[in-house]
Ligand binder design. Structure first.
Ligand code: CP
Ligand code: NVA
Length: 323
């Protein structure tokens, strides 16, 4: 919810696309004093956050580095050419050494076990900046975007109850993050992946555990038919068919995903006021220019929200973290 306060303070202009999906309600702004205090607190003053990235990044790096700076801290980018993350030095040693000198670690890794190993041995908080399994910071930005589309200027996640999101694409980290997040908030997920691309059991199990613990009325439906997935949905979303590290499978994947490109024709099968979302980076094969740059697309608002949600997440988990 602090992402909204940060955005209001640093941006102070109208939110594009505000209130445009079904059931939108405008609510009053509030909690000004608390917001002002939050922004003034500079919770990363004198602190350094290591960005340990073994893969490329535009949004996560730019949103993350600018967020650390706004909180008064210094980001230290350590790319795969700079440090020994899993190369020539164990993750255990790297984690012990780096965490003895910095105040937080943001890690973009290959296999999810790498970020878990870092976290296990680190003496400071570690945030996952993307693994093969999850991408939590992305879905925080998606949630902020969805709330803006539904109930602008609020932090009211409950307003998302009953919204249906259609995913037409690969079974990957972004979809997994949606599966473990949305149903708990009462958001339905209608998923289409091609034959041979099943949902990942680990993520499904975690989604079900979350539901069992916290309740939540969102349903997950899985099909191999994009038309069925988009039926009645308020949001259509997808991601690249070839995630980082899967480049060798490109030819096969391009063939397997035939019929999965999001086009205006596909959007017609959704709710009349449906919007299009995408975590980016985007390639033309999964969504054509007409949709991606068209008036249903909220992708650049979604991308910008990476910054406001990174600010809120770093403030809470790096800045205000205590042993
Ligand atoms: N969406 C996202 O994480 O983008 P980057 O890979 O550019 O950081
Ligand atoms: N699924 C993509 C997401 C990039 C933000 C990947 O893992 O490469």
């Amino acid at each position: 919810s602090n992402a909204v306060a940060f955005k209001k303070h640093y941006k102070s202009r109208a939110i594009p696309q505000a209130g445009r999906i079904a059931g939108a309600q405008f609510q009053q702004e509030g909690a000004e004093a608390k917001d002002a205090q939050l922004v003034k607190s500079k919770s990363l003053d004198d602190k350094t956050i290591a960005f340990m990235f073994s893969k490329r990044s535009t949004r996560t790096r730019v949103s993350g580095e600018t967020a650390v700076k706004l909180l008064g801290g210094a980001p230290m980018f350590l790319g795969s050419g700079d440090i020994q993350l899993g190369v020539n030095e164990s993750l255990y040693d790297t984690s012990r050494v780096v965490s003895s000198m910095v105040d937080g670690i943001l890690a973009r890794v290959g296999h999810h076990s790498e970020v878990e190993t870092l976290a296990k041995h680190s003496t400071v908080p570690v945030i996952n900046a993307l693994s093969h399994l999850y991408h939590p910071l992305q879905i925080l930005a998606d949630l902020q975007t969805l709330v803006e589309l539904r109930t602008p200027f609020t932090t009211d996640l409950s307003s998302l109850e009953g919204v249906t999101i259609a995913w037409v694409g690969d079974s990957n980290n972004i979809l997994n993050e949606m599966m473990v997040t949305y149903p708990r908030l009462g958001v339905n997920l209608q998923i289409a992946t091609p034959e041979g691309y099943p949902l990942m059991q680990e993520a499904l199990d975690r989604a079900n555990e979350g539901l069992a613990k916290e309740g939540g009325k969102g349903k997950i439906i899985h099909t191999h038919d994009p038309k069925e997935a988009v039926k009645g949905a308020s949001v259509i979303t997808t991601d690249t068919w070839i995630s980082m590290g899967q480049e060798e499978e490109s030819a096969k994947r391009l063939k397997d995903f035939a019929g999965y490109q999001v086009t205006n024709d596909m959007m017609k099968g959704a709710a009349p006021d449906a919007v299009f979302m995408h975590c980016l980076p985007r390639h033309k094969e999964e969504v054509d220019d007409e949709v991606f740059y068209g008036d249903k697309s909220v992708v650049f608002q979604e991308a910008e929200n990476r910054k406001w949600t990174a600010l809120a997440a770093f403030d809470a988990f790096f800045g205000k973290w205590k042993l």
